[in-house]
Design a protein around this ligand. Structure first.
Ligand code: FAD
Length: 319
């Protein structure tokens, strides 16, 4: 019996959201009076024993090059075998792209109940009940899992990384790797930017910015804050910004600590992807823009005047 956390990696480094999942899993293990163990697939550049500082007692790895390219079906198969070998009864993922792709497949393979998009620790006083967001973040549902193996995928930024003292025992997994049905021909990486799904601060622009030539005010503020950039759907549809920056109902759902919405009206489909942000700052020249209703701080003004002043103020503060 143990809690197994999938540690998603990119270029050999464990993603921040997976470290949140590790800390969350360590707490779940403590609540269940058992141990938290991690699983890493593919070539990894990190000191796996050092992952003990996130509360993991053991880290299982399968350092096979064929696992360096993500394939949800292959990963689900490998993790299913690992869960059986290890005897894990709770499996935790980050609810990121990869977690969203693996967890349902694993759920089918293991006939295990899955709660995706968990926002807090499970409630154990009456079974195993997990709280999750529903209706695009407008409500919560408490979902009971009553299968032997329980799977949870944890929303980004829903649980804080907690460092403790400890070194993890490391083991090499010995499970079969099925052949991938999809062959990766080429990988194009977005480099030099803060990944949007992991960012603590996001600066986002909408159609109010009038055109791609004006995006400097967004990227300058993002650079000053160490933030990721995002945009509304019409902006990416018009090719002003790349599609991976589009947030909302049909784009990425994010939950940063701080979200700047610049020249974005606040349509319900946009809010669906950003309303879990802890603090929302809206800059819009129309005082009646619906986004102000969802804002923690609102500035009624012309983005082209307001944003450069904020950027200068941030630069001054940071020295
Ligand atoms: P607009 O609605 O045109 O708003 C521009 C805003 O900029 C206005 O509020 C204006 O007052 C302000 N502004 C103008 N000039 C300035 C200035 N100089 N300074 C400051 N403010 C200024 N949208 C998404 O974003 N994400 C989604 O995932 C998404 N999914 C959708 C799914 C469906 C099925 C549908 C039907 C729509 C979806 N949409 C989505 C589109 C959504 O309904 C809105 O049309 C869109 O979000 C509007 O984008 P916007 O706020 O950038 O543009």
């Amino acid at each position: 019996m143990s809690v197994l956390i999938f540690l998603d990696q990119s270029d050999g480094h464990i993603k921040k959201n997976s470290l949140e999942a590790a800390s969350y899993g360590a707490k779940v293990a403590e609540m269940l009076n058992t141990t938290a163990e991690g699983i890493v697939l593919g070539t990894i550049n990190e000191d796996l024993a050092g992952l003990g500082k996130y509360g993991l007692k053991k880290v299982h790895s399968l350092k096979n090059e064929s696992l360096n390219n993500f394939d949800a079906a292959v990963f689900a198969s490998v993790i299913a075998e690992a869960v059986k070998n290890i005897g894990a009864n709770v499996v935790i993922f980050s609810n990121n792209f990869n977690g969203k792709a693996i967890a349902p497949r694993l759920s089918v393979r293991l006939k295990a109940g899955l709660v995706s998009g968990a926002v807090s620790l499970p409630e154990l006083s009456n079974g195993f009940v997990v709280k999750k967001n529903v209706f695009s973040g407008k409500a919560f549902a408490n979902v009971a899992i009553n299968t032997d193996v329980k799977i949870i995928s944890l929303n980004a930024n829903a649980y804080k990384i907690n460092e403790v003292e400890g070194i993890a025992e490391t083991t090499e997994l010995n499970v079969p790797i099925p052949e991938a049905k999809v062959k990766v021909q080429e990988v194009n990486k977005v480099v030099g930017e803060v990944p949007l799904s992991e960012a603590e601060i996001v600066v986002s622009g909408g159609r109010g910015l009038k055109g791609p030539e004006n995006w400097g005010i967004v990227t300058d503020l993002a650079k000053a804050l160490g933030a990721a950039t995002a945009c509304s759907r019409p902006v990416s549809d018009s090719d002003w910004r790349p599609h991976h920056e589009h947030v909302g109902q049909t784009g990425l759902a994010i939950a940063p600590n701080l979200y700047f919405a610049i020249g974005i009206s606040g349509a319900i489909q946009h809010l669906a992807g950003v309303n879990r942000s802890k603090t929302i700052v809206v800059i819009n020249k129309d005082a009646e823009a619906p986004f102000f209703k969802a804002a923690d701080y609102g500035i009624v003004g012309d983005a082209f005047e307001v944003v450069p002043q904020i950027t200068e103020a941030v630069k001054k503060l940071k020295g």
